[in-house]
Design a protein around this ligand. Structure first.
Ligand SMILES: Nc1ncnc2c1ncn2[C@@H]1O[C@H](COP(=O)(O)OP(=O)(O)OP(=O)(O)O)[C@@H](O)[C@H]1O
Ligand SMILES: [Mg+2]
Length: 439
């Protein structure tokens, strides 16, 4: 595994922003904490060194001026938390190398070094310790025993306060990022919901100005698309309407003309033209979602009557299974979908079999089966495109416009159903419609 793959950016914008903001803020916080602590230590040391210098200078002057006999009883009074005085030569050793001791030594040398020549050495041990040796004016030795102390330790509540601060920052980040990404979610949802009926909900035009602008642009786009489609349907409807008159006129003329093979072919062409026009308008209508209102029906009665109609026309259509419960759906649309599928089965195999299975997990399936040639598996989705026809079916015997499946797919989308095709293992095609109750 490449080490870089561990550092892959999170997938969502939300996570990325959160990571950037939280890591950035935590680093900035750590840096400022470090700078503050450093500054505090420095200030404390300066304060302590200055204090020791002043005190030591006056104590040494005091001891120097008093009679030698009195000095021992003054020593405890002159001692401080970080140093005390010893009347004697003390311990000798190497010069101090610790930074703090060196600072203190330099400051004491500066304070009294000119009046009293002195030597400084470190005292080995657990703690940092040193001794300054000098001679008072009467020749008696004096040792200052120093234990320089670093700044006070960190208070116990400080880490807690820091964690709290980070938690507050993290929650603010989360809130801000959510505020920024939420409208994107809503936009994506609205765009997803923009189905064939173009009746998706409008985005609320409220909130920060950028969001309002995006929502307005989206709503306006939605309106424009609806307008374009409406215009196209009108054009299509107008053409189909106006074509109907010349077609009827031509048919009348042909009817009165002499019978000839030419005439029969022209009549057939006219019939195809009429079908094309009708199907075109129907497809445009389904696109625009001239959808009927769902109502409660007995689906089995609908299937029965469908099969009966076909049988009446001498077609071989059979029905198996029942749904058995009432169903809330769009009956016209359902009838049309099934009709188109059955027409295909009849056209390509001469017989259709309808197999209905009852509701299971809120879904009922209706399969239309045939024993025809089926569809090459890589074209099973393409045949749903308008005007798409598999090459082999482009012959007079199976003539059609190629809109049947496109219409069926649009209608099933509009009623929240799923329509798919698959080849049967032992030959033929299965068109499967999975229906939901629209309650
Ligand atoms: N049951 C089937 N068996 C084999 N091929 C099929 C079957 N159903 C559809 N097809 C293929 O899919 C193509 C598209 O079908 P669709 O129903 O959309 O158009 P069509 O039947 O050719 O024309 P229309 O339905 O508009 O009269 C068909 O031309 C055919 O090639
Ligand atoms: Mg068809």
């Amino acid at each position: 595994m490449k080490p870089l793959s561990l550092l892959r950016a999170p997938r969502t914008l939300f996570a990325r922003l959160i990571v950037i903001l939280c890591v950035g803020l935590a680093l900035a916080q750590a840096l400022s904490f470090w700078v503050t602590m450093k500054e505090r230590d420095q200030a404390t040391i300066n304060l302590m060194v200055g204090y020791i210098e002043r005190e030591v200078v006056s104590s040494v002057a005091l001891l120097d001026r008093m009679p030698a006999a009195e000095r021992p009883q003054w020593l405890p009074r002159l001692a401080r938390r970080s140093y005390d005085f010893i009347l004697g030569p003390g311990i000798t050793g190497n010069p101090p190398d610790a930074r703090l001791s060196a600072l203190v030594a330099a400051s004491i040398t500066e304070g009294i070094g000119t009046s009293y020549p002195l030597t400084v050495n470190a005292v080995p041990g657990d703690r940092e310790r040193m001794q300054v040796h000098l001679q008072l004016s009467d020749g008696s030795p004096l040792t200052i025993d120093l234990r320089p102390m670093p700044g006070p330790p960190m208070s116990g509540w400080l880490p807690l306060a820091l964690i709290l601060q980070l938690a507050v920052l993290a929650s603010c980040c989360w809130l801000a990022v959510r505020l920024a990404t939420e409208p994107l979610h809503r936009l994506a949802q609205a765009a997803d919901a923009l189905g064939p009926s173009l009746k998706s909900e409008r985005l609320p035009e409220t909130g920060p100005s950028e969001v309002v602008r995006a929502a307005r642009a989206f709503n306006a786009m939605q309106d424009r698309i609806a307008l374009f489609i409406a215009e196209r349907i009108q054009v299509l409807a107008a053409i189909s309407h106006d074509l109907q008159t010349p077609i009827t006129r031509m048919r009348l003329r042909l009817d009165t003309a002499e019978d000839s093979p030419q005439q029969a072919r022209m009549l057939q062409d006219l019939q195809e033209m009429e079908n094309l026009v009708k199907e075109g308008v129907a497809y445009a209508r389904t696109l625009h979602g001239a959808a009927e209102v769902p109502c409660r029906i007995d689906p089995d009665a609908l299937f029965d009557s469908l099969v009966f109609d076909y049988a009446d026309a001498g077609q071989d259509v059979s029905l198996q299974g029942r749904i058995g419960t009432p169903l809330v759906t769009r009956p016209q649309a359902l009838r049309r979908i099934l009709g188109n599928l059955i027409d295909n089965a009849l056209k390509f195999s001469g017989a259709a079999e309808i197999v209905v299975s009852p509701f299971e997990n809120g879904q009922a399936t209706i399969s239309i089966l045939d024993r025809g040639p089926g569809i090459p598996s890589d074209l099973l989705e393409s045949v749903f495109e308008p005007f798409y026809r598999v090459e082999s079916s482009r012959n007079r015997g199976t003539g059609g416009t190629g809109l049947g499946l496109a219409i069926a797919r649009q209608l099933s989308l509009a009623m929240d159903a799923d329509l798919s095709l698959q080849n049967r293992p032992d030959g033929g095609l299965e068109a499967r419609l999975t229906l939901k109750n629209l309650e």
